[in-house]
Design a protein around this ligand. Structure first.
Ligand code: DAH
Length: 342
């Protein structure tokens, strides 16, 4: 038995040396044949079992089998590592991992989205909540509660998409004033960005689906000066510190007094150019002090609280900011337009 152990140990050493010297698959095959083949070294040892005393034969058989299994496993491992090495070698030949690839194409926010985010950011810094409302609205919220009763001529101004006699695609974000005030008591300060719809013919300045941002602040002692200060700050955030705004007397059923909001023209800085039709100003939205009837319609007491509201067209602001002359560009997704923005 001691002889067998010695024989196997020496055989294993020779086997290890042969494996270490094998440089390719073919050489490994030869190692296999030399040790485990029909006339291989281990096979010869196995054949020698017959010459042992019968009592020793089973143990000797087991020891030889264990040695054979170990050698097979070693061969398989050596084969796998040769394979890995040859894959690595072929990769480092053909792929330069330090070579810089083509530049990645970067996306950007849609200009209307970007303006929306800027406005929301500005107002949330000033303590306003950002709220969203449904695009399908009741005509009670879209009109009645905003002091536009059924036969009011202002309804004509909004060419509406009606879904049912009492339901429409909201024509402005203003009905969210009503929902927000009903949902919480005064004081309230909210910003409502979102889509609005009007049955307008599409041209360079009109889309039937567009975006607005509504602002509303109601509480004891809220006055027009708060509106002026915040809107000026918002426009300066969007267009830089030199930006001016002005209010022009106007009429909206849901505000009294009412004012249209203009921003000084970026193209000419107020001197007058084609963009602003020579006036030096661009109209961007409407505003005013919330009408007492609107406060009443949501259960607020007009003797206890006052407030202002405004509504701006986001496409209008984006056109000015990105120097876009045709509002249709925002929805046509023409590569040339998008690439020039990026
Ligand atoms: N809702 C108006 C529109 O779409 C814009 C507007 C005017 C909103 C005055 C207001 C406001 O909140 O006070 O034309």
């Amino acid at each position: 038995m001691a002889d067998l152990d010695t024989t196997l140990r020496e055989l294993a050493q020779r086997f290890e040396a042969a494996i270490a010297a094998a440089r390719d698959e073919h050489a490994l095959d030869e190692v296999r044949i030399r040790f485990l083949g029909r006339t291989g070294e281990l096979t010869v040892v196995r054949r020698g079992i017959g010459a042992l005393p019968p009592a020793e034969r089973p143990t000797a058989g087991k020891v030889i089998n264990v040695a054979a299994d170990a050698m097979e496993a070693r061969l398989a491992a050596a084969r796998a590592s040769l394979e890995r090495a040859s894959i690595d070698a072929s990769l480092s030949d053909s792929i330069d991992v330090t070579f810089s690839g083509p530049p990645a194409r970067r996306g950007m926010l849609h200009p209307v989205r970007a303006v929306m985010a800027d406005v929301a950011h500005y107002f949330s810094q000033h303590g306003f909540a950002i709220v969203l409302g449904p695009e399908i609205e009741t005509d009670a919220n879209n009109f009645d509660a905003l002091n536009i009763p059924p036969d009011h001529p202002a309804r004509e101004g909004f060419d509406s998409f009606y879904l049912r006699p009492d339901l429409l695609l909201r024509t402005h974000t203003s009905p969210m004033q009503v929902r927000a005030m009903r949902a919480s008591g005064p004081p309230i300060a909210v910003i409502v960005p979102g889509k609005a719809y009007r049955r307008d013919a599409v041209d360079a300045r009109h889309l039937y689906q567009f975006h607005q941002v509504e602002g509303l602040m109601v509480g004891p002692g809220i006055h027009f000066g708060h509106l002026k200060g915040l809107l000026t700050g918002m426009m300066r955030e969007l267009f830089g510190p030199a930006q001016d705004i002005r209010f022009r007397p106007s009429f909206f059923p849901f505000t009294e007094p009412s004012a249209e909001v203009d921003v000084s023209c970026p193209g000419c800085g107020g001197a007058g150019c084609r963009t602003c039709s020579g006036s030096g100003w661009i109209e961007i939205g409407g505003s005013g002090m919330v009408h007492p009837n609107v406060l009443r319609s949501v259960g607020y007491d007009p003797d206890g609280v006052t407030g202002w509201a405004f509504g701006c067209g986001l496409e209008r602001i984006a056109m000015k900011k990105y120097d876009v002359n045709d509002i249709r560009e925002f929805v046509e997704n023409k590569p040339a337009f998008l690439e020039q923005l990026a």
